[in-house]
Design a protein around this ligand. Sequence first.
Ligand code: C5P
Length: 226
Amino acid sequence: MKLCVALDMAKKDDCLALARELKGLDLWLKVGLRAYLRDGAKFIEELKNISDFKIFLDLKIYDIPNTMADACEVISSLGVDMINIHASAGQIAMKAVMDRLNSLPKRPLVLAVSALTSFDESEFKSIYNSSINQSVINMAQITYKSGLDGMVCSVYESLAIKSVTNDNFITLTPGIRPFGEENADQKRVADLTTALDNKSDFIVVGRPIYASNNPKEIAQRILSQI
Ligand code: C5P
């Protein structure tokens, strides 16, 4: 299991300072919407200049197939290692993205977002008219058929996704509260043992690390337990 640290802080300099602090640790960095909209491709470059971090650019692309393929081609040109799109954009859109990216000399890993970890059952049902589990299984099947590398999901769907696809199909799970920290807006949260038991391949941890008094120590404690 790999640790992916979300650089979701309000200021670019704080994100860069955290990256410098984490330099040398065996982890990935996640750049999200706020940082990318604010600081753009330059920010990715600056992170890469600090260390040869693996970078997950979490932009959750969701649009019509051709627009998604165009966007993902541009995102891939930034030299990041993993990107994501929404599974609910559908199989035709996901296939269009993969056809486009597979025609490039090199492409990042591509994951599909299933049910956001901020959804509980009732909010999810009011939008998708289905249970989280059933929808995630359907999404996993079309994502796998479309040739993506894995899914973003909660820890609680990781095993089901692998059972309807295969064990090497990546599950990346946000909503991790390593040592029982505040849930904040997350609903389907889990600790490290639960993530390990459910074969999560990547855990994403944001606030429990960057909002703590000693982010490096928390990251090291997480790494020593996984
Ligand atoms: O601070 P926290 O650990 O809750 O951060 C989780 C990170 O993972 C945030 O950057 C959020 O955007 C992202 N994420 C998520 N749920 C998803 C996909 C991504 O929380 N389904």
